[in-house]
Each structure stands twice: as structure tokens, then as C-alpha cells.
Design a protein around this ligand. Structure first.
Ligand code: PLP
Length: 422
């Protein structure tokens, strides 16, 4: 028996990837499935970015561990222009995905990690992998599972004597919620009072259905906020594996530690990808237009999904940005009880095997196992197929969605009729 690190032995493969594998294998066996489990951008990588990658394909040398200086400067300007936050190039660090940068940060910071209930699946396993302490903070359905100042205060008082890092994600995976400026300002006050370090996961920021971008905690609490972002969601290039983090000047004392840990682990992100990312974060008009179109499409699909779900007595959090909503099947509780399905995991398995609908159980997102909530990702469609439709004709009307996002259209109808059946 090989002895392994006990912290790692406790982990299981990420639920998102596990369900994706299960869906793939059922599809290989010929099953017709509606995949609301996986949150990958449905759009192609913008041509400008893929061409830039090709143009730099022969650059085979290593770059500095903290990233290509030109890219760090470009991202600092991008954050100023597109997110209205102020960071200097020195504080911008490049890594192989924001996920890895978050992990390295959690590894570095001592103390307790605070995670609001209704957060991304990977945060807790990352904390557990380092054997760190954590607190899952309760949030409420009425507030779309957004953290309130009182809830944060209660947690901070519990951990008064430890350093605290709060992971805040907006637009949120899994709820689709976006924190507005007044909510952020109120949370900032609590963070300042208890000297909380905020790890602000802004990977979906520009994919906000109503506003140009989603407000950042760094706008309200600049001295204590580290911002995370990357190429994956906004530029539909998850597979390029490039993320950034932006440290405020007040935390520059951490730079030598990042320099050490990056250089001793991943060395540096792939050189051609860093050059391609310069083009992306320069944000020429053609990319701004493409993002505007993508968010209009996502917003239209989200509106369709919410309307259809509510007509089928399925409550859901209102998606304001990103790819997701949390759906609540409490209306069908009796049906599940009757079938002996107790946990959200049991119900998700049942829906996959019997209705052909893949959802992720709420227990993966810190909800109690017996609460019948699920994450629905509404991006199982070919975003490239919308390319010919002019922006002003993108619509949430059912005929339009049926034509351009048939998997979403049929999947929702299948879920509704399966649940409505006796
Ligand atoms: N944060 C959230 C909330 C995500 O949903 C994801 C990807 O699914 C990530 C971070 C990881 O992004 P990256 O591809 O930059 O590692």
C-alpha cells in the first residue's frame, strides 16, 4: 500500500469533471442527454487570439516566473479601463489558470478561509489539500445566497484571533448572482474592521447581462483585495490555461513568496499563450464587440431558462451574469421522498439515469445534502452557430432558443415534464 498525504487522500475528483466524464460515457453508449452539469464557455476562441497564438508558436524559451512583463502591464491597464480598479503592473502575476493561482495563494496564507454557502466547488478541496482551517458561512435563499455583512461579521467574531481570507465570487458560480456596489461597500466595512484578506474571484466579470462589467471588491477595499481573473470565461479559452492575479501595493511583501513558489512549481505559463493573452487584454474593439454579443446571447438563454423553470414550479436564483443558476426542486419533494431519494446527490443521479438530465447536486456547493437544490449550467449549445445572427436579433423567445440552443430548450422541457409526471 503506497502511503499518501492524508490531506489529499480525503479529496475526491472534482464533481464537475466527474459528471462530465459520466455524461460522455453515457453519450458514447448512445444515450440522449441534456448536459446542464458543465460550465465551459460555449463560444469559440476569438480568431484574433488564436491567430496571435499561432504567430508566436516558435517562441520556445521560458518566460520570467511571474509572467511576461508586457502582459502584466497590459492586464494592469485592462483592469483600470474595463473594471475601474487600480493595480500596478508589478502586482499582476500570471499563472496556469486562476484556479492554480488561487491554490498557490491559499497555500501561502495562514489562518482560516471563509467560504460563503453557494460557492464554487473547488474552493474547499483546495483548502483541504493544504490541511487548512475553514468556515462555510451560512447565506440565505431570499438574498440569492449572497453573503450579508451580518453573516460575515458573525464568522469573523468566531475566528477573532486568526488571520482570515474570504473568497468572494461575483458573478457567482453556482448562483449567477452579482454583488452590487452597495453590497460590496457594506462587506468592505466588515472586512476592514476585521482585517480580512479578500480573494475576489472575478473570472466572469465582463459576462454581466445588464452592466458593462461587474463591480469589484477592489473598488471598495483596495488595500485588502486580491483579484483573480483570466482567459477562460471572457475569452472562451479555458484550454489555454492562463490566469492572472492582481495584488494591491499594500500586499507587495508577498511578491518574493510568489516568485519562489511559482519558480519551484510551474516555472512559467506557456510562452505563446502569454503573447496571445497580450492581444486579448489589449481589448481591441473587435473583442469588445464579440464579448458584447456573447453576453447578450447568455443573457437571452438565461431569461428563457428562468421563465420556463418558473412556469414548471421550479424556483431558481436570478442569473445576472456568468453561466449558471441554482434551481430549487422543493416543490417536488414528495415525489422524491416517495422514490426514497433523500439527498441532492441521489436526486441528481436519478435525474441523469431516468430523465437524461445532468445537474450538479447542491451538496457540491456547500448546501446541506438534504436540501433539493442543484446547479444548472445553461451553456450546452454551440455559441459559434449564433455568429450569423446580428446582435439586435438575439432574443429569448422560445422559437429562437429552440433553433439556436436546442439542447437547452429540449432539456428544460424534458426536466419539466419528467417532474410533472406523477
Ligand atoms: N473560478 C470560478 C468561479 C470558476 O467557475 C472557474 C472555472 O470553472 C475558475 C475559477 C477557474 O478558471 P481558470 O480556467 O482560470 O482556472
Amino acid at each position: 500500500m503506497i502511503q499518501v498525504n492524508a490531506n489529499i487522500a480525503k479529496l475526491k475528483p472534482s464533481a464537475t469533471l466527474a459528471i462530465n466524464e459520466r455524461v460522455k460515457s453515457l453519450r458514447r453508449e448512445g444515450a440522449k442527454l441534456y448536459h446542464f452539469g458543465f460550465g465551459q464557455s460555449p463560444f469559440p476562441v476569438p480568431q484574433l487570439i488564436s491567430e496571435e497564438l499561432t504567430r508566436h508558436r516558435e517562441k520556445g524559451g521560458y518566460l520570467p516566473s511571474l509572467g511576461l512583463p508586457e502582459l502584466r502591464a497590459t492586464i494592469a491597464s485592462y483592469l483600470g479601463e474595463n473594471q475601474r480598479t487600480t493595480f500596478s503592473p508589478k502586482g499582476v502575476l500570471i499563472g496556469p489558470g486562476s484556479k492554480e493561482l488561487l491554490f498557490q495563494t491559499l497555500l501561502l496564507l495562514q489562518g482560516i478561509t471563509l467560504i460563503p454557502k453557494g460557492s464554487w466547488v473547488s474552493y474547499l478541496p483546495q483548502v483541504m489539500a493544504k490541511g487548512g482551517g475553514y468556515d462555510i458561512i451560512n447565506t440565505s435563499r431570499e438574498n440569492a445566497y449572497k453573503l450579508s455583512p451580518d453573516q460575515l461579521t458573525a464568522s469573523c467574531l468566531k475566528h477573532k484571533n486568526s488571520q482570515k481570507a474570504l473568497i468572494l465570487n461575483s458573478p457567482n458560480n453556482p448562483t449567477g448572482a452579482v454583488y452590487d456596489v452597495s453590497e460590496l461597500a457594506a462587506l468592505a466595512e466588515v472586512c476592514r474592521r476585521f482585517q480580512v484578506i479578500v480573494l475576489s474571484d472575478e473570472i466572469y466579470s465582463l459576462l454581466n447581462f445588464k452592466e458593462e462589467f461587474s463591480p469589484s471588491m477592489a473598488g471598495h477595499y483596495p488595500e485588502g483585495t486580491i483579484v483573480f481573473g483570466g482567459l477562460s470565461k471572457i475569452f472562451s479559452a479555458g484550454g489555454y490555461r492562463l490566469g492572472y492575479m492582481a495584488l494591491p501595493e499594500a500586499m507587495f511583501e508577498l511578491l518574493p513568496y510568489y516568485q519562489a513558489i511559482f519558480s519551484e512549481t510551474f516555472s512559467a505559463v506557456a510562452t505563446p499563450v502569454q503573447y496571445a493573452a497580450v492581444k486579448a487584454f489589449e481589448m481591441p474593439q473587435v473583442l469588445l464587440d464579440e464579448i458584447a454579443k456573447n453576453k447578450a446571447i447568455l443573457g437571452a438563454v438565461a431569461r428563457f431558462v428562468v421563465k420556463e423553470l418558473r412556469e414548471g414550479h421550479i424556483e431558481c436564483t436570478p442569473p445576472e451574469g456568468g453561466f449558471y443558476t441554482i434551481i430549487d426542486l422543493r416543490h417536488y419533494r414528495e415525489k422524491f421522498d416517495h422514490l426514497g431519494l433523500k439527498s441532492s446527490e441521489d436526486i441528481a443521479k436519478h435525474l441523469l439515469e431516468h430523465a437524461g438530465v445532468a445537474l450538479l447536486p447542491g451538496s457540491d456547493f456547500y448546501f446541506g445534502a438534504d436540501i433539493p437544490v442543484f446547479r444548472m449550467a445553461f451553456v450546452d449549445f454551440d455559441g459559434g452557430a449564433w455568429a450569423r445572427i446580428p446582435l439586435d436579433l438575439v432574443s429569448s423567445n422560445p422559437g429562437h432558443i429552440r433553433e439556436h440552443a436546442p439542447g437547452v430548450y429540449e432539456g428544460i422541457a424534458t426536466l419539466k415534464s419528467f417532474l410533472a409526471r406523477g
